[in-house]
Design a binder for this molecule. Structure first.
Ligand code: TNX
Length: 651
């Protein structure tokens, strides 16, 4: 009862926010992430049987029908529903594509979903329809058990932002095609609509370019990788890393993304982060007799493309192939981050360009370079995206900016009329640890917890209404310097991706972390079924509390995961599965001289274990009540402290 009161109280607080609250705070059977704009539960349920027909008669409808059948095949023993062009009276799932003229809503990704005991109807535009299907899939049970019953409900839904992205760096560590597809599919599940594929960097070139086979022959292989953060003195791990996607792989992944209603934004990073390409083609660098190599360590490097005519022709050839490989992508990302211009400063090529074009220094040459490349991409009918580093000199007013250097720079860009995708690294970089760095796998930067991500709003508080329309969304980024395997990517991304997706899709005023966590509990069970190595949150219910002598207090623990088991200790030792199993709330009395430290873990039904949460309960000024001392066992200095451009000069 107490818990229910708390939920209601917290919900009422959340309602104090400016926009409309969720219609149904505790959704029970209708547990969808991201939370739809309007949900109304109505009586009864629809049951899918082998005789249920999917009614679809156009390309979008058939694409979405395939998503339903793929889900059923996996979760319900190979079940595949018949597809028909003609609507029957009942027992059907009707997918109706609305033409853009017919569509009245604010977003072409909106949809209506109506589940009645007789039939299911989803309507939406070409893009909206599959969003409706994603909601429907989340309303289905994951196991046949008592039949596939879907609660009757009416849902009307549309996204808050039109760019909702998930990024993956496959250059630092190569990720196999099967995993890239899994990642896209999971992103689509949360109605994310862009997959930003970071395909090239100093440590690897991962996309086959037919005209320049050396790019992958040489550039996709590195000798080894720095061990941990042993930059100076350098210690390598002795293990070669290699891998690239053939053009066939790329087409396959692009088609898969399209089938899942996701658009790929390919990135070819330039003119910096180009060491792997230059190891294959040193002639496109500014230095002769320079030891261009595929890097084995992280940070910034002066190995950048030289802006000569021959390099520009090469880059246009590369982009031409990339553009052909991604026919659905309105955007091509040309990087532009962290460009070290050391080699440009003394380059005769740069000097000649500057004299010819009337440019005063290498920063102006950079602007000219981006303009040239940008114009080429635009001549092929695509828009440019670049990192916010590029706006320092006012480059490419027409480019969409990915703003990673903080909300302020993104705000300024929006104010100057540019379209911006907000991705402040301290929040949306999922290579950051999810708890104190010393407790998490080796990573970069400070903690970004699930609640930090959920609290994020891409629209800064002081944004003027005319700037808001320029902020088109946000994106999760997964840089893989220290993330070597798909399992580790999953650990870093889930559940934070679900939180970000909700903040990008659901109305701002629908922000409700308590409600989100309840839906997340169901989601964990589903992620387990899809074999996703999500991070198991610590048990809920522990906190530090200062109490009065003789005060009675209750420690009420709960598992974030259905079926999770909690184990705890009361003597300060680390809990494990041999510790006391938690059965029911602990009722205690606060006594002078007897501070209490409770530590608890949760163990998932699959046997995976969370970190320990702890709570200190005691009277004021008791020694054991002091906050724990954090011992840094690993160096946590951020790689980007190395801004002096010197390779390997990391602490
Ligand atoms: C900055 S974000 C980078 C990446 C690193 C990342 C590590 C950006 C455009 N550049 O090259 O991998 O930090 O968090």
């Amino acid at each position: 009862m107490k818990k229910l009161c708390l939920v209601i109280a917290l919900f009422l607080c959340a309602c104090g926010e400016s926009e409309k609250p969720l219609d149904e705070p505790v959704t029970g059977e209708v547990s969808i992430i991201p939370h739809p704009r309007f949900v109304k539960r109505i009586g009864g349920q629809f049951e899918i049987t082998p005789q249920t027909l999917i009614v679809a008669d156009d390309e979008a409808g058939l694409r979405c029908a395939a998503l339903i059948n793929a889900f059923l095949a996996e979760t319900h023993g190979g079940l595949s529903l018949g597809i028909s062009g003609v609507a029957g009276e009942s027992n059907s799932i009707i997918l109706r594509t609305i033409s853009p003229n017919e569509h009245q809503g604010s977003s072409d990704e909106s949809y209506e979903l109506k589940v009645t005991p007789r039939r299911i109807e989803i309507s939406g535009t070409e893009h909206g329809l599959c969003n409706g299907v994603q909601s429907l899939l989340q309303m289905m049970p994951d196991e046949a058990g008592n039949g596939i019953r879907i609660p009757a409900a009416e849902i009307s839904d549309a996204p808050r932002f039109r760019y909702r992205g998930a990024h993956l760096d496959v250059a630092r560590h190569f990720m196999p095609v099967a995993f890239v597809k899994k990642y896209i599919r999971l992103a689509a599940r949360y109605k994310l609509n862009y997959f930003h594929w970071h395909l090239t960097d100093d440590q690897g070139w991962r996309i086959e370019i037919r005209k320049y086979p050396r790019l992958t022959e040489i550039g996709s292989k590195r000798r080894e990788t720095v061990r941990g953060k042993s930059y100076q003195p350098y210690v390598g791990d002795g293990k070669p890393v290699e891998g690239f996607y053939t053009q066939e792989d790329i087409r396959d992944v692009a088609a898969y993304a399209r089938a899942n209603n996701v658009t790929i934004v390919p990135e070819i990073d330039m003119p910096g982060h180009a060491a792997a390409a230059l190891a294959a083609h040193p002639e496109f660098g500014c230095r002769q007799k320079y030891p261009y190599t595929v890097k084995t360590t992280w940070g910034g490097f002066p190995d950048v493309f030289c802006p000569s005519d021959q390099t520009l022709a090469f880059l246009e050839d590369v982009l031409a192939e990339v553009i052909d490989l991604f026919p659905d992508s309105p955007y091509i990302h040309i990087g532009g981050d962290e460009v070290d211009l050391t080699h440009w400063k003394t380059s005769p090529v740069v000097r000649t360009i500057n004299e010819r074009e009337g440019l005063k220094d290498e920063n102006e040459t950079l602007r000219w370079f981006v303009e040239r490349i940008g114009s080429y991409v635009e001549s092929r009918g695509r828009k440019i995206i670049c990192w916010d580093d590029m706006i320092k000199n006012g480059q490419m007013p027409r480019a969409v900016i990915m703003s990673w250097n903080g909300i302020d720079i993104g705000s300024r860009a929006a104010r100057s009329g540019r379209e911006v995708i907000m991705m402040p690294d301290e929040i949306t970089y999922f290579d950051r640890p999810q708890a104190s760095p010393e407790l998490e796998p080796l990573s970069l930067g400070k903690k970004t917890s699930l609640s930090d991500v959920y609290a994020f709003d891409p629209i800064p508080k002081d944004a003027r209404p005319e700037d808001v329309k320029n902020i088109i969304g946000a994106q999760a980024c997964v840089w893989t310097e220290f993330i070597k395997t798909p399992e580790h990517v999953e650990y870093m991304v889930f559940p934070r991706l679900a939180a970000l997706a909700e903040r990008l899709w659901s109305p701002a005023g629908a922000k409700d972390f308590v409600n989100f966590r309840m839906r997340l509990a169901n989601e964990f069970a589903r992620l387990d079924r899809y074999d996703v190595n999500y991070r198991i949150p610590e048990p809920y219910g522990l906190s530090d509390r200062v109490l009065a002598n003789g005060e009675k207090f209750v420690v009420d623990l709960s598992s974030p995961i259905p079926g999770g088991k909690i184990y705890y200790t009361q003597d300060g030792t680390e809990p494990n599965t041999n510790s006391t199993p938690y059965q029911s709330p602990l009722i205690k009395l606060a006594k002078a001289g007897e501070p209490l430290l409770i530590k608890a873990i949760v163990v998932s039904p699959k046997g995976r274990q969370s970190l320990a949460a702890s709570g200190r309960y005691g009277l004021p000024r008791q020694p054991a009540f002091a906050m724990p001392r954090v011992v840094n066992r690993l160096p946590t200095r951020d790689l980007r402290a190395n801004k002096n451009g010197k390779a390997n000069a990391l602490p």
